[in-house]
Design a protein around this ligand. Structure first.
Ligand code: NCD
Length: 307
């Protein structure tokens, strides 16, 4: 194991700045073009997921293997790891760090990735800590916006859905603070509004924003519509979830009001919040966005594990 301080990725606020993003995105472009080979030969990634995942886990595991490295993995760590025997997160991490070169952790508790990093001798990448942060999603989101629309500066961006519980939104906001966006619309029902600390961050960054509770305002002034799922697993009562789950549905009629050069994004999984009749519209960027996760995670792993 390396004796250098490991490069943990816990929150977008802590890890990224514009020069690093530029470097990572150039590297992601290279990964996309297939211009890579063996950068992570002999390196091993441990993926430790205490919550469900398709894209994040697969794309991390594919990323390390495409660069010549290998994976040890426990999906459903809450059921299939020693946690079921009462082992603490800290002990699991200390042991896993001894077997691997980087740990990708998804866990239901806010702050879990930070706790893991505090005891890990290898880099810990936060793949989602409850309703906290999901920094690599924000990275691929920003990469997608830049790739699709050419730049992030100057754009008007509507963030739609569960702004209270959606960690992808929380991470994306921190990273948007590094850009000169024209305006952010925070679109959520009253019960699912953005937490105060993130609004305070927007205030501090001087970003203009406005809260909305309907999609009616969407028109040809908007560049990006970023839709999120109502986070069922964070609700105390199913009745409350049922009331809110279909609060917003973006459909072909909504999309008609947007300009040609705009995109609709979603971190996925989608439930009902974007109707499938939008999928064939060239502006529907969510599947391309998911694919970008692979290139961006290849770039990030190569960066973190470089000698
Ligand atoms: C998101 C997550 O897990 O936070 N999914 C993802 O990583 N692409 C969003 C979600 O689950 O709604």
């Amino acid at each position: 194991m390396s004796t250098k301080e490991p490069k943990h990725v816990i929150s977008t606020a802590q890890f990224f700045d514009r020069p690093i993003l530029k470097q990572l995105f150039e590297s992601a472009d290279r990964m996309r073009s297939g211009n890579h080979g063996g950068e992570l030969a002999g390196r091993m990634l441990a993926s430790l997921f205490y919550e469900p995942s398709t894209r994040t886990r697969f794309s991390f595991e594919a990323a390390v293997q495409r660069l010549g490295g290998s994976v040890i993995s426990t999906e459903a760590a809450a059921h299939f790891s020693s946690v079921t025997k009462g082992e603490s997160l800290e002990d699991t991490i200390k042991v896993t760090a001894g077997y691997s070169d980087v740990i990708v952790l998804r866990h239901p508790e806010v702050g879990s990735a930070e706790r893991a990093a505090a005891v890990s001798t290898v880099p810990v990448i936060n793949a989602g800590d409850g309703l906290g942060q999901h920094p690599t999603q924000a990275l691929l989101d920003i990469y997608t916006i830049q790739h699709e629309l050419g730049a992030v500066d100057g754009l008007s961006i509507a963030l739609v859905g569960d702004l209270l519980n959606g960690r992808t939104i929380h991470s994306l906001l921190f990273i948007l603070g590094l850009y000169k966006v024209a305006k952010i619309y925070l679109v959520a029902p009253n019960q699912l509004k953005l937490p105060k600390e993130y609004k305070a961050y927007l205030d501090k960054s001087g970003i203009e924003y406005e809260e909305k509770d309907s999609l009616e305002f969407l028109d040809d002034s908007i560049d990006v519509v970023y839709v999120t799922r109502v986070q069922k697993e964070r609700f105390k009562s199913d009745a409350e979830y049922q009331k809110l789950k279909d609060y917003f549905v973006v459909d072909s009629n909504t999309v008609k009001r947007l300009k040609d050069k705009s995109i609709i994004m979603h971190p996925l999984p989608r439930v009902n919040e974007i109707s499938t009749d939008v999928d064939d519209d060239p502006r529907a960027a969510y599947f391309r966005q998911a694919e970008n996760g692979l290139y961006v995670r290849m770039a990030l792993l190569a960066h973190i594990l470089s000698a």
